[in-house]
Design a protein around this ligand. Structure first.
Ligand code: NAD
Ligand code: MG
Length: 397
């Protein structure tokens, strides 16, 4: 009898978190929830605690943690409640946690995800922002601590599935010519450009194929999501920028491809449902039921491909340039993007001004290398301040 794997789910109340708990619940003999962690909404976490009875539940927000504690006490639960970033780090680095699903959104995921890596766990990486921010530092920590890094982002999971076993020795040596990173183009792929000034947050979040949290949905609409994924792919697979090509594929049935020097192209296909990569990450190297219906190719009918349009989606260019420039540029781009997206979602910024804000911040930010964790956090804070400044100016006009 093998022991059940104990899983910490960071960001358990979000879109990826809920899908993760769904997959875990399908395999009670293999997995158990060790800890749940979320930001500030108490009630959804109460329900998840009652359903999964973890050892720990964490709220990043301290007053929310206090509320959770009293709610759980009243309900007779013996789950221990922790608070703040230190609580997140405790459950992600806890010696009794085997696997950590890193599904907090944004830069807030960096320290808890790194803590999981540094304790040599299996890390299921959904939080792409943490890798974009820390790049080599993150990948070096994976190596140094023997962590098992399983990409959960559907594209990177697909690439991982299509890669040869020896890809870590270098793509050229492994016979890989290119990574073909697919993206749907989001809800505004064909929208007349002049209409973009007036699109609403709800329209931007109405993704044609995927149901996701609001931040990544806006990123998909600007294609910054694909830009961040471009950077993520370079780090995960040790690829140069010229070895990763973005291909627009509106149906989101192919989740990405690997092209070999002999002309072979391997693709991973499936319905657009994150439970597939999550089940793959939890079960690897075994395959497990995910609850995702099998793909009906006849119903899909056709698969289309287009070149990405960098005029419509300037964020693609910004991300490639950031990756070429150096680590701090990626930190700055990510931080400024988080601020601009937040402002757009709050109705304070027209949609095309997200990319304009990023352009402005990238021009102004000081880019200091080499980079350690302190410099990363400082560059992140400075970029946020610059972005806020930029937004103020913007609102005067
Ligand atoms: P979401 O907004 O639905 O959920 C975010 C979760 O993080 C919530 O549980 C929230 O409580 C928690 N959270 C937010 N801020 C926090 C903080 N400061 N401290 C602790 N917890 C915090 O987001 P999502 O769509 O589930 O995405 C999560 C991550 O996964 C993102 O990095 C996203 O890019 C990545 N991702 C998501 C999808 C998807 O299909 N949703 C696909 C690929 C990658
Ligand atoms: Mg993705």
């Amino acid at each position: 009898m093998t022991e059940r794997k104990r899983v910490t789910v960071l960001g358990s109340t979000g879109s990826i978190g809920v899908s993760t708990l769904d997959v875990i619940a399908r395999h009670p003999a293999e997995f158990e929830v060790f800890a749940l962690a979320a930001n500030s909404r108490v009630e959804p976490l109460v329900q998840q605690v009652l359903a999964t009875q973890p050892r720990y539940a964490v709220m990043r927000d301290e007053p929310a943690a206090e509320q959770l504690r009293s709610r759980l006490r009243d309900l007779g639960s013996d789950t221990e409640v922790l608070a703040g970033e230190s609580g997140l780090v405790t459950v992600s680095s806890h010696p009794q946690a085997d696997y950590v699903m890193a599904a907090i959104v944004g830069a807030a995921g960096l320290l808890p995800t790194l803590a999981a890596v540094k304790t040599g766990k299996r890390v299921l990486l959904a939080n792409k922002e943490s890798l974009v921010m820390s790049g080599a530092l993150f990948m070096d920590a994976v190596q140094a601590h023997g962590a098992e890094l399983l990409p959960i982002d559907s594209e990177h999971n697909a690439i991982f599935q299509c890669m040869p076993l020896n890809f870590a020795d270098g793509l050229e040596r492994a016979g890989v010519a290119r990574i073909l990173l697919t993206g749907s183009g989001g809800p505004f792929r064909n929208r007349p450009l002049h209409e973009l000034e007036a699109v609403t947050p709800d329209q931007a979040c109405a993704h044609p194929n995927w149901s996701m949290g609001r931040k990544i949905s806006v990123d998909s609409a600007t294609m910054m999501n694909k830009g961040l994924e471009f950077i993520e792919a370079c780090w995960l697979f040790n690829a140069r920028v010229d070895q990763v090509e973005i291909v627009v594929h509106p149906q989101s049935v192919i989740h990405s491809m690997v092209e070999y020097v002999d002309g072979s192209v391997l693709a991973q296909l499936g319905n657009p449902d994150m439970r597939t990569p999550i089940a793959y990450g939890l079960g690897w190297p075994r395959r497990r039921q995910s609850g995702v219906p099998l793909l009906d190719l006849i119903k899909v009918g056709r698969l289309d491909f287009q070149a990405p349009d960098e005029t419509r989606f300037p964020c693609l260019r910004l991300a490639r340039e950031a990756m070429q420039t150096g680590q701090t540029a990626s930190v700055v781009l990510n931080a400024a993007n988080e601020i601009a997206v937040e402002a757009f979602l709050a109705g304070q910024l027209p949609f095309p001004a997200i990319a304009r804000t990023l352009d402005g911040v990238m021009e102004k930010a000081a880019l200091v290398e080499p980079i350690d964790l302190d410099t990363i956090l400082r560059a992140d804070a400075e970029a946020r301040a610059l972005a806020r400044e930029q937004l103020l100016q913007y609102r005067k006009h």
